[in-house]
Design a protein around this ligand. Structure first.
Ligand SMILES: *Cc1c(COP(=O)(O)O)cnc(C)c1O
Length: 406
């Protein structure tokens, strides 16, 4: 029997795949909006959004149209040539943000890799090789390439792979005094997530981001905001920095940008971008027509007052109900986050049990995420129907009842 015609099942994962993931017991085969069906035809409500990636849910007609139209035109030409979707996407992102230069790649890690390399290159060219230190936050997450995982403030992800890149310091998040103590003339960049995503949906305090901006200016360091998770409408503004009014020098984004099609972007200003002259950095697939055509459609849909306003309203709908569930069953100490990026922090007796909540939710045909062991994370479609929110939270409450009763 050829592999092509063989039935595949979850058990095959353990036999054929590198075991660096531990996927759920079911295999999704089809999605529409915020609903997903598995191999057995079971329907689930999706509050995961592919980890904050499926900005417009599954198979949004505008994205399907953009992808299929481009698929019939031009897939790839390499960066020896530019292409129309890339240029249109760059213009749209720049019209909507602080930036006037864009670099496209294929993932969040690659966007951060480009951001960190650019920051070091700018400092090297302007001030010399001693100005190379990058300051990042403890519990941050910036990707899995060796440079970005070393900047990530979670040593468990970077230990055990040999010598790490040097010149990286980690300081406690939301602690301006600690940042002030660490920054120096040797600092080339400070990198922060406006909301720490992977480690628990923890938003930056206003004074912290403002203070970081001020310190960076004082020490000629660049402020890099990692908006891989918070970007492209996720928080109810096109980018989270807009909530704070704190403008970065470099912004990285990815996850939601392609709505499920892999693409990442580094946005910056021309006075910095010029240090990446021809040949200094690159990628084969970055900025390819298919990815950029889909991302352009994502931006067209998301960057409208109706959709951004809708995200804020949906946040309230989620939060009100989650807080009620938390009060009734004593399971949450706090519900936090912005827009369609919400974290329910487990109360003391439930600490460490986020995984149990995921499993219980799945038994009620609901997909949710965790962010660390203590936080249940919700990152659904930015245009999820109110009816799906309500039905999903019904299922969620049933899952909590199931857990509480043991
Ligand atoms: C997911 C994430 C990354 C890594 O993105 P990949 O596409 O997995 O490489 C980087 N930074 C943040 C804040 C993220 O949430």
């Amino acid at each position: 029997m050829s592999v092509e015609h063989a039935q595949v099942q979850r058990a095959d994962f353990d036999q054929f795949m590198v075991p660096n993931y531990a996927p759920a017991a079911f295999i999704p085969v089809r999605g529409q909006g915020s609903r997903v069906w598995d191999q057995n035809g079971r329907e689930l409500i999706d509050f995961t959004g592919g980890i904050a990636v499926n900005s417009l849910g599954h198979c949004h007609p505008r994205l399907v149209a953009a992808l299929t139209e481009q698929a019939g035109k031009l897939w790839h030409v390499s960066n020896i040539f530019t292409n129309e979707p890339t240029l249109r996407l760059a213009k749209k992102l720049e019209e909507a943000t602080f930036a006037d230069r864009a670099f496209f790649c294929n993932s969040g890690a690659e966007a951060n890799e480009a951001a960190f390399k650019l920051a070091r290159r700018v400092a090297h060219d302007r001030f010399g090789p001693q100005k190379c230190e990058i300051i990042s936050a403890l519990d941050s997450f910036h990707g899995r390439t060796f440079f970005t995982v070393s900047v990530t403030g979670q040593p468990k992800y970077s230990d055990g792979f040999g010598p790490k890149p040097e010149g990286i310091t980690h300081v406690p998040y939301n602690d301006l005094a600690a940042l002030e103590a660490a920054i120096s003339e040797r600092t080339c960049a400070v990198v922060l997530e406006p909301i720490q995503g992977e480690s628990g949906i923890l938003p930056a305090q206003q004074a912290y981001l403002e203070g970081a901006r001020r310190l960076c200016d004082q020490y000629d360091a660049l402020l890099i905001l990692d908006e891989v998770q918070t970007g492209v409408g996720r928080t109810g503004e096109l980018f989270a920095y807009m909530h704070y009014g704190v403008v970065p020098d470099i912004l990285s984004t990815a996850k939601g940008l392609g709505g499920g099609f892999p693409i990442g972007a580094m946005l910056t200003r021309s006075d910095l971008a010029k240090h990446f002259s021809a040949g200094v950095h690159g990628t084969t697939f970055g900025g390819n027509p298919l990815a950029c055509a889909v991302a352009e459609a994502v931006i067209d849909v998301v960057n409208t007052p109706e959709v951004l306003q809708g995200i804020k309203a949906k946040h309230q709908r989620f939060k009100t109900r989650l807080e009620a569930i938390g009060r009734q069953y004593g399971i949450f100490s706090q519900v936090r986050g912005m827009g369609m990026l919400i974290g329910s922090v487990l109360s003391e007796p439930w600490k460490g049990k986020a995984r149990d909540v995921l499993v219980a939710a799945e038994q009620e045909a609901l997909m949710v995420l965790q962010a660390g062991a203590d936080v249940v994370r919700f990152a659904p479609s930015l245009v999820i129907e109110d009816a799906d929110i309500d039905e999903g939270l019904e299922r969620f409450e049933r899952a909590i009842v199931r857990l509480v009763r043991g």
